[in-house]
Structure formats: structure tokens, C-alpha cells
Design a protein around this ligand. Sequence first.
Ligand code: BGC
Length: 528
Amino acid sequence: MKYKELIDKMTLEEKASLCVGGDYWHSKAIERLDIPSITMSDGPHGLRVQKTKADNLGINESEISTCFPASSTIGNSWNKETAYMLGNTLGEEAAYEDVDIVLGPAINIKRTPLCGRNFEYFSEDPYLTGVLAREYVKGLQTNGVGACVKHFAANNQENRRRTINAVVDERTLREIYLKAFEKIVKEAKPWSIMSAYNKLNGTYCNENKELMNILRKEWEFNGLVITDWGAENDRVSGLIAGNEIEMPGGRGNGVEEIIEAVKNKKVSEEYLNEVVSRILEYAFKGAERETLKEYNRQEHHNIARKLAEDSIVLLKNDEDILPIKNKKVAVIGDMAKRPRYQGAGSSTINPYKLTNLLDCLKEQGIECSYAQGYERIESENDVTLREEAIDVAKNSELVILCVGLTENFESEGMDRFTLDIPSNQNKLIEEICKVNKKVVIVLSNGSPILMPWKDDVQAIITGYLGGEAGAEAMVNCLTGKVNPSGKLAETYPLSLEDTPCYKYYPGTEVSVEYKESIYVGYRYYDKI
Ligand code: BGC
């Protein structure tokens, strides 16, 4: 055991205390023995460092950091360097903020396109997910900052995520839902893994010995298992299964329960010593890193733009309408002025510099007439906004129409119930197409949508959720400075009924059975 000497000096109480977080973002420190705490922060596509009020829903303000494109966007790059660059740049910001472990990447497989958190995940394919996330982890960890790969495992829906029992057969589990974790553990050696909220085949993931044995024994993972925030249900069972740290701190009686379990021999002190030794290893590893004095914020913003450029997908381009040749265009849509650039929940970033499409087009010397076109949340005002937009479109050579999923459609904690974008936006597109034949649709969406108007418009391009510089990247693609060479990393169905687990999602109150087995995403569509 690496830290035997130090562990010999520790009391049972001190050992147990290390296995439960100190507060929202830190593990406990033991000053008497110079044991530092581990500082953690969300993740995954920017830092959410909270110095005052903490939460796991992205409600309270966090420090300013670069908002990079979401992982679903990066998935479209199919590019290892892009993913590495994301991890590496994020790692620099973590080193600046004294963050030891970044809570990312999130790598759950997109079982249903309805999962509210799909924007945080890379793809429906485990191999693509595994390669991109491996590069992210490598890039991050070169900075002396650890990754926490999440959420282990089968956390594929937000609907009842804290209690649902995912029932998954072994082949499906290993080939689809564990594959990317396996790849990353073996090839990138992440510092930590986050155990998911849900149950897997009857047992909460954090207490699931079968799951943890695959991680520890088969894949020889030597890092830390940290619970998702509040995913601890029975501290001692979690410890026995292989969990090191319960997060966040300040809830329950985990420390007392561990002490009791050692005293009554449910857990041996030798076993606890091994757990503590691993915690010490990463606490010291974090403390070894020097604080980065500064980083160039504008440079990181430019990197965020480059990552977004690498990930933009051109879905349709009739008669080569793009790149735009016009010097005068109509720009329609609320999202042109107020970009939809990130999802909601624990990944919410307080961005350094948020740019919008309308201003970026103007900066490139393009004259724009603008109309809002729709409200973010449908309202009576939509009729007036639509009429104004139709007037603007009528008198223009070309219309750039910015639409997509609004904030309340893509959020941690809840799933979507439809693949449609809001109906006021669909109606707007329909009406605009009646008065102008040259319509370019610019989409902001972190997951697949239905496009009933796809045959009526000339071009469709998506930037997914492009981060703080996504609008600059999009304008560079629209004007031809950058080739939009991304490819979708997930399938777009023609209807919700066509999706692989349509009949088996979201399950009952208690459980969800993965009856579609390995036929997830394109594997399903290729088969039928
Ligand atoms: C999320 C995690 C996140 C944690 C801390 C949880 O609710 O599921 O992904 O890292 O909160 O904010």
C-alpha cells in the first residue's frame, strides 16, 4: 500500500471522514496530517466553479469561464484533435481555478433521442464516444487535472433518473453501454469515474458489485469512484462495492456508518485502508499541480470557435445556395440575436464572451434586415412577430432563418416528450417559405428534431449547441470561410414512432427494460 506510513498515523474517524465529501465541491482535508482536499467542478464543456452559493442544477452563478461547444456538437466533428483540444483547453482553465477534478466527460449512449441530457453526450455509438472522450480525458489530464467520467452506467434517461431500474442484458450492457467506459479506462487512465443515480439490474449503480467488479477487476481501474451528487443510498454498501467518495458532503451520516461498519467487522480496516490510500493518491496528485497564473481568455474563446467550426453539419444545400453570395440578407429568428448555445442543468456555464449571428454577419460586411419571428415560449405575440417577419422576408433576396430547440426542451432533469421544435417556429418557417424561395435554415439543437419543412427550404445547416463562439463559427461557414465538414453522430428519425426504444421507454414507475437490446441508433435502422 502506497501511503501505509501515513495511514498508520490516521484514526478510524479520520479515515472514514475522507470517504464523504467536505462540502458541495470538496472532499475533506485533514490539516493535522497535511492531507489536502480534492476540489471538483462541473464539467463537461466548460467550468462551473462556484465560490459562493453552490448547487447541482446550474441555478446559482458561477465564475466566468469559456463555454465550449457541448459534447453532442463535438461528436459531429468525428475528430480526435478537436476532442483533445477541448480537454486540454478546459484543463488549463481548471489549473487556473485550482480545480483538481473536472466532472466530465459525460459519455452515456443516446438510447432515445428524447433524453433531456443528450446534448451532454457524444453519440449513439460507443466506439465514436469512446475515442472522442478518451482524447478529451488525455487532453485534460496533461494539465495535471483529473477527469471524472460520468455517469456509470446506463443513465440513459432523465425521467425518474434517481430511482429508475435499468434492466439490461449482459451483451447489450457490455457492447453498448459499457464499451466507451472500458475504452477510456484502459486507454486514458482517468483519475475518477462517477457512479450514476439509477439502478442497474436491480441495484443502485454505486452499490452494484457486478458493475464495480467489471470496472475494478476486469478493467483494472485504480482511480476513484465518486458518487453522482446525491447518488449515495447506503454508504456502507457503496464502500463495499468499490466507491471511495460520497458527494456532495453535508448530508446523511456516512462517516458514522463507516466507523460503525468497521467496528462491527462488516468492513475490515485493511479494506478501508486501501480505499483511503487511493483517495490520498489523488489528493496529493492534485496538490502537486501548480496554479496557472493566467490564461489568455480571448485565445480560449478562439479555440471555442474553432471547435464549433469543426462540428458544423451542412444537411442540405440545393443549387449551392451556400456559401451566401449576397451582400444583403434577411435574418429572422430570436436565436439570431439571443443564441441558443448550451443546454441547461449542472453543465451551465457563465460564458466569457457570447456572440450572436446577427452581429457577426454585420461584422463581415453583410447588410441585414432583422425580425424576431417568434417568442422563445409560445405566446399570443407570435402572430404579430410572424407578420413582421413575413414582411421582411418578402422584400429580401435571401432569408437566413434561425430556429431550433428552446431552453425548456433540453435540460438535465427532464426528457423531451416530442421531437418537434416549438410549433410557432414550424409555422413561421411554413409561412416564410410561401413568400420567399431562398430560405436557409440555421439550426441550434443539441439533439435530433423533426423537419416537416425540409423539402421547402433550400439549405439546412446545424451548429448544434455551439458554445459561446458558435455564432462566429456559423457565420464563417455561411460565408464560405470555413467548410462545414461535420457529420451527424446520431440518427435523425422521421417520426418518434420509428425510434428503437419507442415501445420500451420510459418504462414503468419502477423500471425500464432495454428490450431493443443492442439495436440502438443506426444499428436498429440498418437492421429493419
Ligand atoms: C449531475 C452530474 C453533475 C453533478 C454536480 C448531478 O446532478 O448528474 O453530472 O456533475 O450534479 O453538479
